[in-house]
Design a protein around this ligand. Structure first.
Ligand SMILES: [Ca+2]
Length: 479
């Protein structure tokens, strides 16, 4: 009897532990770069069609009020990967959160420490686009977060094809595309694999196939660099947007900048980029073509997951690091604290949960605790996000009263009905207040309106309290 017990117990244990390992959900985290939700057809765009992301949205939960914590790449990525607000870790630049967090685990590292195989393909932590992608280097990546990692080198603006520089090129003296963080469109020759995102999709699909029979669950981060500039995509992805003069631009309102504080005028505008209407329309068409290409690559990765039979035990997340202006207020690109750049697309498909639309305010910072909870991992008490996992059983569940975002010049508090922005210390650089129900496109700044004094004063107090809470959380972080 004793001999039998001695034999059976280890077998039972072995069986139990392998079952346990298999019970953990895999995580497939797909992040696009500089993608505004409004460019996706599942978020209402009628011109730019994104069938693959739409399909994921129809199977999962689509969040309509998700916000990034930093409105440009570096701070946003350092924030959701570390679990801290950008200025809590003093990361308003383009570095790694590692010096601030010391040996504390990042989101991916927490999964690695909990027995997951963690892999990164391309840009998850910050990487310079296009320069870092041209070189195929690691950027501000965090090696401790990953079991294995892969970069996807690409030609970017040097891709063969028909290219034009739209920005600061009014006299047309730049005959072709130029490098750097510049508005450039290239209708590229060749197939998907010419570019970084094509290589990323192929590598991600390979990794999924490799993980299929592994006992360990996986956390796979897949970073696409489009639609970040340069707008480069295979020629076929431009077909719905040609000729470019059929593209429509957001309404231009006379005197629109009159009530925006100087600090709120975005770093890229139609004026300082010297883009006339022809160039503006081409910028929108080029951006959309990049989105269409990225969507096809998302489809390849999701197809590989289905083919490997892993749909039933993999949570899939699709998002972007921040939003993007496509001519609203004559602003372009990111950084502003208006909804165009602070809001992000967020779609999460959880096996066994019903498709839904969730209107609760959520932050990208909430990914770390929420996914930890859903995968049965402990939520580190020190991190600053909130667990939003209850929304998958009850999409009406409200996670937060307000979302919070920063851009290095100012701070945003976004409630369901109001957006309040404060620039400089105690708002010395100006403030903005918008009634988001009546004025969703944020044309009328109400901060000086006596009728809204009460709301403004409430927000001033709330902002002071939020800033204090974010910094005084006894984080013990190294500054
Ligand atoms: Ca970005």
């Amino acid at each position: 009897m004793k001999l039998l017990q001695a034999l059976v117990s280890p077998m039972v244990l072995l069986f139990a532990s392998s079952c346990l390992a298999k019970e953990k959900m895999n995580v497939l985290f797909i992040i696009s770069d500089d993608l505004t939700a409004t460019a996706l057809s599942c978020y209402g765009n009628k011109v730019c069609q994104t069938p693959n992301i739409d399909r994921l949205a129809s199977q999962g939960t689509r969040f309509t009020k998700a916000y990034c914590q930093g409105t440009y790449c570096g701070p946003s990525r350092a924030s959701f990967m570390s679990g801290y607000y950008p200025h809590a870790i003093k990361m308003l630049g383009y570095g790694s959160p590692r010096p601030a967090i010391g040996d504390r685990a990042t989101w991916a590292q927490h999964f690695k420490n909990s027995g997951y195989h963690t892999a990164r393909v391309s840009k998850i932590f910050h990487m310079g686009v296009p320069i870092g992608i041209e070189k195929g280097t690691d950027g501000a990546d965090d090696p401790a977060s990953w079991t294995e990692r892969f970069n996807s080198q690409g030609p970017e603006w040097r891709a063969p094809g028909d290219g034009e520089t739209l920005e600061s090129n009014a006299d047309g003296r730049k005959p072709g595309p130029v490098g750097g963080n510049t508005f450039v469109v290239v209708e590229a020759d060749g197939n998907d694999l010419v570019h970084s995102d094509g290589k990323t999709a192929t590598k991600a699909a390979q990794l999924i196939a490799q993980r299929k029979d592994d006992k360990k669950p996986f956390f796979l981060g897949v970073g696409f660099v489009r639609p970040h500039v340069p707008f480069v995509a295979p020629r076929k992805d431009y077909k719905d947007f040609l000729p470019y003069d059929k593209m429509s631009l957001p309404e231009k309102v006379e005197g629109d900048w009159g009530d925006i504080p100087k600090a709120g005028i975005n770093y890229k505008t139609s004026k300082n980029m010297k883009m006339d209407v022809r160039r503006q329309k081409k910028a929108v068409g080029g951006y959309y073509a990049s989105v269409v290409y990225m969507d096809r690559m998302v489809g390849q990765v999701l197809g590989a997951l289905t083919e490997a039979g892993l749909d039933d035990n993999t949570i899939v997340i699709f998002t972007s690091d921040h939003g993007y202006h496509l001519g609203e207020h004559d602003f372009w690109a990111k950084v502003s604290l208006h909804d165009e750049s602070a809001a992000v697309p967020l779609i999460i498909r959880v096996p066994g949960k019903k498709p839904a639309v969730c209107n609760s305010l959520v932050e990208l910072l909430d990914l770390y605790p929420s996914l930890s909870k859903m995968c049965g991992l402990e939520i580190p008490a020190r991190i600053q996000g909130k667990d939003f996992s209850p929304v998958f059983d009850d999409p009406k569940h409200e996670v937060r009263d307000a979302a919070f975002s920063v851009n290095g010049k100012g701070y945003l508090l976004r409630e369901h009905d109001w957006a309040y922005i404060q620039y400089g210390k105690n708002g010395k650089g100006g403030e903005e207040l918008f009634d988001m129900k009546k004025d969703p496109k944020q044309y009328t700044n109400l901060v000086e309106d006596p009728k809204h004094e009460k709301v403004r004063n409430r927000f001033r107090k709330q902002m002071e309290a939020k800033l204090k809470a974010v910094r005084d959380n006894d984080l013990g972080l190294k500054y």
